[in-house]
Design a binder for this molecule. Structure first.
Ligand SMILES: Nc1ncnc2c1ncn2[C@@H]1O[C@H](COP(=O)(O)OP(=O)(O)OP(=O)(O)O)[C@@H](O)[C@H]1O
Length: 891
């Protein structure tokens, strides 16, 4: 904001030019004013022509009223936006946008303790004094509504305003008027309301509006303007200040006021108090203007109120234009735009007239825009200059006078321009500083951007470097793996070469064996078999041919039961993906495991099936050539379980030997040496004619015999012989048609277990639960079973027990008639156990026998004595028992 220029021209700046356009000349008399420094014109200083410097006819002072909300006490006061310079001539208005300085002739702040008296003494008293000597002074109150214009002009009970103080100063007090020589004054009080002039003094012929007048009071008189004065205006005459002041106070109440939102008692009219001193021609005009206000803000409603406010503003605006026109040196000053300016025209045009404009403002920040507008108006008024009075009588030369006024105005304007330039220079410096700061900041931003870019590039480079290192690392790993694989392939190729070499050696050795020549391997024929078959297997694996049934050949003991012929084979045997040969090497360790005999028997059945598959292949192989059979025989002879060379090598003995070898191999695969011993014997049972159980086999497969003393005394019990003969009698009859079919394990399956027990009775709780297991053929009947039981009873020396079979499948458990036993199949007996198989034969003693036993006082328990002995003898001479057709167990 540009500071308001001081329109007081300096000595050097005064211009002597005169402009013919200046029609309105403000000729102020040389009034002595201590507060206003009249600066002589440069031309006037040279005064060859006797001219006096131009002066400012308008002085502007500010009066900042107390805060209107301070009286409320409780209300929070907003900080004032107005600041007064220490010298009291500069008002700074602070806003959010900045500040603006206004240069005034003086500022009074009511809130800081300067009351009306102090204000009057500082700014008004001197001007009033000139009136007594013939001077003319106009004091105008200007400002928005509620800013304290009327308060300053009229005051209150405790503080008389400018009007009463001026009357007191101009007129002598009563005690001073005893001599009768006091100044005589005429006082007129006018009101301009709605652009009409009214005489506020009660006259005899008043016919004006009574609005605002107390009841019974004389109506106001409307006056006309004539020669810049109100025609026929009433006046109060006298030389006593109190009397006139009392009259004025009465008249002041006749003024039209109205309550608005801005002021409880807002003046709706302009009030003029005109005091003439006829003796000296002095004149004092006191003008209390109505408040300029915004209609909406003042809360005006209704057409009359709006018209009223419009008229008020019309007078204010007209006065503003007049001031601006005079200040600008316009050829036309619009005095006639309002009644107010018409009545004030002499104040602006008379050279003896002096204008004191009092700008009233409020410190309330809510009124800041009005305050700024008021200060702008005062600043404009300060630009009004008046041509200096001519010192010589040729003052009548109006052209020269107007030129001087114009020159003073130009000087003021130049000063204003100079201030603006200075301010621009300062602003330019600030702008340069800001620009430099901006450039510096831009440089910093550029540096930061460069750093950011560098960091991004570095990050990118780091990322690429990281990726490259990962790729290199993986490439290295893959290369190492590739090298390992190549080394492995190379090693395998070497192994393959070695194996091929061995194969060639084997083939060559085999060829020499065929020729009946003992070469390098001729001393150990099994090596030919092992080497040849092993190489065949190896060739198959490497050629990735169809394994099919041939893969089952892995079960053949011929592959593995012999020690390897070379060290190279060991590596292959260690391959965990294949059937580990160490199982077979370590098989004897597994043989020591105790397993349930029946479970082992069930396992044996499965192995028999495997052996059957093997056998099919074996038969094919046998058909391929006799040479292979010869080798097989030789292998069997080397089998430590075969009993060495005792196996015959021709005819049926060869077949039995081969079968036995296969079963033996299967049991080695199954890992139960004990089972092997058992099934070797069962095999012997199924083929009694050809069974050969060598002592070596028994000693390896079975624990050493511990014979019961009674059993050890005599030969083998005759019951075995009887049983053998019985079966021999049966079996030829049943197997003659297909004797070969019974050669295999199927013949073993034809034997069925029959568990024989005595019928339970209440009087016997110990022996009747004993069960005897007998083995009979599948299609045996009860008559045949009876013979076996009776033979068993004879063996136990139990005497001739008479019994009958109970048909347990019969709901009544009826005994089976002895005549029907021949037609009663054992298979019709109830099954003993669904899981383990076998039949249950329940015997009931005949009544005659029971009667005899009870008479003799004997309770015979069949089976129990013998079985108890067997139980005590933990190790029954199995060799003896196994020689029999029956296998007995205690359950
Ligand atoms: N300096 C001051 N100290 C104490 N009270 C003040 C001061 N100035 C104004 N007032 C009070 O403020 C109120 C409004 O003042 P005033 O009537 O003088 O304002 P105004 O400018 O004349 O308004 P309008 O233009 O509406 O007549 C009055 O009650 C008055 O007593």
């Amino acid at each position: 904001m540009a500071p308001t220029p001081s329109c007081r021209p300096s000595k050097e700046q005064m211009t002597p030019t005169r402009t013919p356009q200046a029609k309105h000349r403000l000729h102020f008399s040389g009034m002595k004013n201590p507060h206003v420094a009249v600066t002589p014109s440069p031309l006037a200083t040279g005064r060859e022509n006797g001219a006096v410097p131009a002066e400012h006819p308008v002085e502007v002072v500010g009066r900042i009223r107390d805060h209107p909300d301070r009286s409320g006490g409780e209300k929070k006061l907003f900080p004032s936006p107005l600041e007064i310079s220490p010298e009291g001539t500069l008002v700074r208005v602070r806003t959010e946008m900045g500040h603006r300085d206004f240069s005034l002739d003086g500022v009074s702040v009511a809130g800081e303790g300067e009351g009306l008296e102090g204000f009057y003494k500082r700014f008004v008293e001197s001007r009033i004094a000139s009136v007594k000597s013939g001077g003319k002074c106009t004091i105008m109150m200007y400002g928005p509504t509620g800013s304290g214009k009327s308060h300053t002009m009229f005051g209150c009970i405790n503080q008389p305003g400018i009007v009463y103080r001026a009357l007191r100063d101009i007129l002598r007090r009563k005690e001073d008027c005893d001599d009768g020589g006091g100044i005589f004054v005429q006082v007129a009080v006018l009101e301009i309301y709605n652009e009409e002039i009214y005489d506020l003094l009660p006259g005899t012929n008043g016919a004006g509006p009574n609005a605002g007048l107390p009841k019974g009071s004389t109506p106001k008189v409307r006056l006309e303007v004539m020669a810049k004065r109100a025609k026929n205006a009433s006046f109060i005459c006298g030389n006593e200040a109190e009397k006139i002041s009392r009259e004025v106070a009465k008249v002041e109440k006749r003024r039209i006021v109205r309550s608005t939102l801005c002021n409880e008692r807002s003046s709706r009219s302009h009030c003029l108090i005109i005091l003439d001193v006829p003796s000296v021609g002095g004149r004092l005009m006191l003008v209390d203007m109505a408040g300029s206000e915004n209609i909406e803000q003042a809360g005006q409603s209704g057409l009359e109120a709006k018209l009223q406010t419009g008229k008020i503003n019309q007078g204010n605006i007209a006065l503003k234009r007049v001031v601006e026109s005079i200040a600008n040196g316009d050829s036309h000053v619009p005095f006639r735009d309002s009644k107010l300016t018409l009545l004030l025209q002499d104040s602006f045009e008379d050279d003896k007239s002096k204008i004191l404009m009092i700008l009233c403002a409020s410190p309330d920040p809510r009124e800041i825009h009005k305050t700024v507008s008021t200060l702008e108006y005062g600043a404009k008024a300060k630009c009004i200059v008046r041509a200096p009075h001519m010192a010589n009588p040729c003052r009548a030369n109006s052209q020269e006078s107007s030129s001087l006024a114009l020159g003073a105005r130009i000087v003021a304007m130049n000063q204003f321009i100079s201030k603006l330039q200075t301010e621009n220079k300062v602003k330019g410096k600030e702008l340069d500083q800001v620009n430099r700061e901006l450039v510096r900041k831009e440089g910093e931003v550029a540096d930061l951007r460069a750093k950011l870019t560098a960091m991004e590039l570095r990050g990118k480079a780091l990322k690429e470097e990281e990726i490259r290192s990962i790729v290199d690392e993986r490439t290295l790993t893959l290369r190492l793996e590739l090298e390992k694989m190549e080394a492995k392939v190379q090693r395998q190729e070497e192994e393959l070469g070695i194996l091929r070499q061995h194969l060639g050696d084997e083939e060559r050795g085999k060829g020499s064996g065929r020729a009946g020549q003992n070469g390098q391997m001729g001393d150990d024929p099994s090596l030919y078999l092992i080497g040849g078959r092993f190489m065949n297997r190896l060739s198959e694996l490497y050629s990735e041919g169809d394994a099919g049934m041939e893969k089952s050949m892995e079960l053949d003991t011929g592959d593995y039961h012999q020690p390897p012929c070379c060290d190279d084979v060991k590596e292959i045997r260690e391959d965990p993906r294949r059937n580990h040969p160490s199982r077979f090497v370590d098989a004897p360790c597994c043989l020591g495991m105790e397993e349930d005999d029946d479970i082992a028997a069930a396992m044996f059945t499965e192995k028999v099936l495997l052996s059957t598959v093997f056998e099919a292949n074996e038969e094919e192989e046998e058909s391929e050539g006799a040479e292979q059979e010869v080798v097989e025989k030789e292998v069997v002879e080397d089998d430590p379980f075969s009993g060495g060379k005792s196996v015959s090598s021709d005819g049926a003995g060869d077949a039995d030997s081969a079968r036995r070898t296969r079963i033996h191999n299967i049991f080695r695969l199954c890992g139960s040496h004990r089972d092997l011993g058992k099934h070797a014997k069962i095999f012997a049972v199924s083929k009694p004619e050809t069974a050969v159980v060598t002592p070596e086999l028994e000693s390896q497969a079975l624990p050493p015999p511990q014979h019961d003393s009674r059993l050890a005394e005599g030969p083998v019990p005759s019951v075995d012989d009887l049983s053998k003969s019985l079966l021999r009698q049966q079996m030829p009859k049943r197997n003659t048609s297909s004797e070969k079919e019974n050669d295999g394990p199927a013949g073993v399956d034809a034997l069925q277990d029959v568990y024989v027990k005595w019928e339970a009775s209440s009087g016997d709780s110990s022996g009747n639960n004993l069960i005897k297991k007998l083995k009979v053929l599948e299609d045996s009947n009860l008559a045949e079973l009876r013979k076996l039981i009776e033979a068993q009873l004879d063996e136990m020396d139990a005497g001739q027990e008479e019994f009958t079979f109970l048909s347990l499948r019969d709901p009544a458990g009826a005994p089976v008639a002895k005549e029907s036993e021949a037609t009663f199949q054992v298979s019709k007996l109830p099954a003993r156990n669904n899981l383990l198989g076998g039949y249950l034969a329940c015997l009931r003693p005949t009544k005659t026998m029971m009667t005899q036993q009870s008479a003799a006082g004997v309770r015979h328990l069949p089976f129990s004595p013998l079985e108890n002995r067997i139980l005590v003898d933990a190790v029954t001479p199995l060799s003896k028992i196994d020689d029999c057709f029956f296998q007995t167990d205690i359950f």
